[in-house]
Design a protein around this ligand. Structure first.
Ligand SMILES: Cc1ncc(COP(=O)(O)O)c(C=O)c1O
Length: 388
């Protein structure tokens, strides 16, 4: 768990005002350093999934540190190019065909087709290279719930595994080969689960003789609250390395590994500071609600997924109280303490006794907060963002 200094956060809230995201450069650098020092037998490319947090300063820091990037739309890839990231360091795998595919290919962006239609668009682009990546849905999923599962029959992401032979035929007819296999199912924190995923990927690779690089996507979970588990990336790296080494000994094929973490790199690096704007209750059998001057317009994860974040009232009170913490938007669903995994339910938290004006810290808000929220809802301006 990242340790933040409460007094420092209170000072920042006083000086900057709230709501305000505070990002730690040290945490960002530390996380990048861990990934960049993993050793894999046939090479490793660490791509930061920029969808997790596309703040230009995050991109700059990670680019300077030596990470490469995963973009999830033609717009994100363009944004990265504009921030000075060379095309060769960007991999694009998008649900929507890129409107600017020709320009991106001309700049050297590495393309991963996620459907047969996307493969055909790639082959139709006049300057396409002679190799391409393919995202495959291996038929199994591993998300927290249906909203975060990105593999299996309920997920539209990636080419359904049974259609791989068709994809191979289509590219062969154009003299193109598929050299990267991409699989992202959001596998969680358990290294053995990641091992199983790679075994599945290696089975698919059997039928894809030109693949030289295996992209296992992102989905390396972090601990934010309760009994959630943090992924030990070193242990996952060891597991991946053993499997790739074993595969090379068996087949002679030395596959490079690519990973695309988003959450794992930036989640712990952010804290959202907000202020209590009201305290209301619904009687003796009801709840006491702490209403903050932020909510789903800055921070949508609890309302979308029932995601849990650690919260702290930053005052000197020695007493505690049970509160349901809510946002300032006119939506019943703007609940910041939903029941775990259930955005429909609410749960109270024991927090320091709070008063209007007190500052509340919402921890581990570096990933999928500024980049994934209901911006502008109810006319509220976006939270400020500062780096320390
Ligand atoms: C293709 C792909 N790669 C990487 C990621 C990053 O996932 P995470 O932030 O969970 O590591 C995602 C997330 O949706 C994704 O779809």
């Amino acid at each position: 768990m990242t340790q933040w200094n409460e007094q420092q956060l209170r000072d920042i809230a006083r000086e900057q005002g709230t709501p305000c995201f505070v990002y730690s450069r040290d945490v960002l650098a530390e996380r990048a350093h861990i990934l960049l020092n993993l050793e894999l037998p046939f090479g490793l490319i660490n791509r930061y999934a920029v969808k997790a947090n596309n703040h230009p300063e995050v991109i700059r820091l990670f680019h300077e540190a030596g990470l490469e990037f995963d973009a999830s739309s033609g717009y994100e890839a363009q944004e990265l190019l504009e921030q000075g990231v060379p095309g060769e360091k960007i991999s694009l795998s998008s649900q929507q065909p890129a409107h600017n595919l020709t320009e991106l290919l001309a700049q050297g962006v590495q393309y991963v087709a996620t459907s047969l239609h996307q493969l055909e668009l790639f082959l139709a682009a006049e300057n396409h290279p002679s190799t391409v990546g393919l995202r495959v849905n291996p038929g199994i999923g591993a998300g927290h719930n249906n909203r975060t599962t990105t593999g299996g029959a309920n997920s539209s992401f990636g080419l359904w595994q049974a259609y791989v032979p068709q994809a191979l035929e289509i590219v062969a007819a154009h003299g193109v080969s598929i050299d990267r296999l991409h699989i992202h199912i959001g596998s969680g924190a358990d290294p053995s689960m990641w091992g199983k995923m790679m075994e599945t990927a290696l089975e698919i690779v059997e039928a894809m003789p030109d693949v030289t690089s295996l992209d296992m996507g992102g989905g390396y979970k972090i601990h934010r609250y309760g009994d959630e588990r943090e992924t030990d990336m070193q242990a996952v790296g060891v597991k991946f390395g053993q499997l790739l080494q074993g595969y090379a000994e068996k087949t002679g094929r030395k596959l490079r590994l690519e990973i695309e973490p988003g959450t794992w790199l930036v989640g712990h690096a952010g804290v959202l500071l907000a202020s209590v704007v009201d305290v209301v209750d619904t009687g003796a059998d009801g709840h006491t609600f702490l209403r903050l001057n932020t909510g789903m317009n800055d921070f949508a994860r609890p309302g979308m997924y029932g995601a849990q974040h650690r919260l702290a009232v930053l005052n000197d009170s020695t007493e505690t109280s049970e509160y349901v913490v809510v946002g300032h938007n006119c939506e019943t669903g703007d609940i910041l303490t939903p029941a775990p995994g259930d955005p429909e339910g609410i749960e109270s938290r024991e927090l320091r006794r709070a008063n209007i004006g007190d500052v509340v810290a919402i921890y581990d808000t570096g990933a999928y907060c500024r980049s994934m929220s209901h911006k502008g809802y109810n006319g509220y301006p976006n939270a400020q963002e500062i780096f320390i």
